[in-house]
Ligand binder design. Sequence first.
Ligand SMILES: Nc1nc2c(ncn2[C@@H]2O[C@H](COP(=O)(O)OP(=O)(O)OP(=O)(O)O)[C@@H](O)[C@H]2O)c(=O)[nH]1
Length: 390
Amino acid sequence: MDYTIFAVIIFVVALLVVGGAFLIRPRRSGAPPEPPAEERGEGAAGTTTAEPDEESAQHERAAGTAVAEPGAPAAAEIETPPPSAGRLVRLRARLARSQNVFGQSLLGLLSADRLDESAWEEIEDTLITADVGVTSAAQIVENLRTKVKVLGSRTPDEVRDLLRSELLAQIGTDQDRTVHTEPHAGGPAVVMVVGVNGTGKTTTAGKLARVLVGDGRSVVLGAADTFRAAAADQLETWGSRVGAPVVRRDEGADPASVAFEAVTRGMDDHADTVIVDTAGRLHTKTGLMDELGKVKRVVEKKTSVDDVLLVLDATTGQNGLRQARVFAEAVNISGIVLTKLDGTAKGGIVIQVQRELGVPVKLVGLGEGPDDLAPFDHEAFVDAILEGGE
Ligand SMILES: Nc1nc2c(ncn2[C@@H]2O[C@H](COP(=O)(O)OP(=O)(O)OP(=O)(O)O)[C@@H](O)[C@H]2O)c(=O)[nH]1
């Protein structure tokens, strides 16, 4: 009896040993167990995103393949955006469509046989309605009056040339409209994007990254709008589409430190340009302005800030300009990005905003599409206004 019990125990133990070995074996020969979610960069609250293995990242970059960024939405495939050259010409039809009323009414009014006081008043009103600004509108009318007097009778072509040269003179033909994105001895160029929320600031940072990648540059994005987590998510989506790494931290983190890290990453990666998106809304205006100043100062401890682009929604008129003035007081704006020009006939804002802020319009947004941001070209802009819906 004892012998039978002993034999049963031996049999059960043997069964357990064999079964255990069978169960353990597949884990040894297969893939390592999946890391915890936060190590996979799945955004556990309170953690920063993990850096990828740098060596393999550089290899992948050298091979022209995507560097999957931690926490980035799974990028289906890295896109190759079109180069920036001639974009405004390509988007001219869209610009012409939106500015049709402005250009065509001016041409119509100026072509009248007799230009009396009320006609000139109407011309001035048309300019003001298109957001040219009161001062510039009065100046344009005065200049046109003088020229019309000299000319006497006018052919349609002469009227068009007259208006064209006047608008060009007001917009300015000799300003430096380059966005300074060329790397220099100190490292990558740094471009800060500032402006009120909703103007298209984050979209502009993302679109600008596409413009640069399309021109063959390497870009690092810094999500220093830590006031709103969705802004960093948005930027990450833009970055992942063109293979540009995005440096981000938790909501509420110090924006200056995010900007600093983005520049550090740009230097380590030997990137050409670092684009820093900033917050447009804080609890207090003073807080926001202090913060922007701090972001700039902290970046300048590492390298120069080459461009500070103020994003302005072209559809917001005087309200937008008021906000723009506040930003211009806080940081030294070096260029303006006018967004949503496709959705307004008030293209005259180009003239007013440059006059008010004393800095050139460098980029214009002409739609919600990823490649609808174009370097501003004064001639293409004026021609589009005057060509109307062609
Ligand atoms: N039609 C048109 N829409 C634009 C243009 N630029 C941006 N937008 C849209 O404007 C909306 C706001 O853009 P965001 O980039 O989110 O604005 P933001 O200033 O960063 O605001 P937050 O994301 O809230 O910080 C989005 O729906 C954009 O697609 C443009 O040039 N034309």
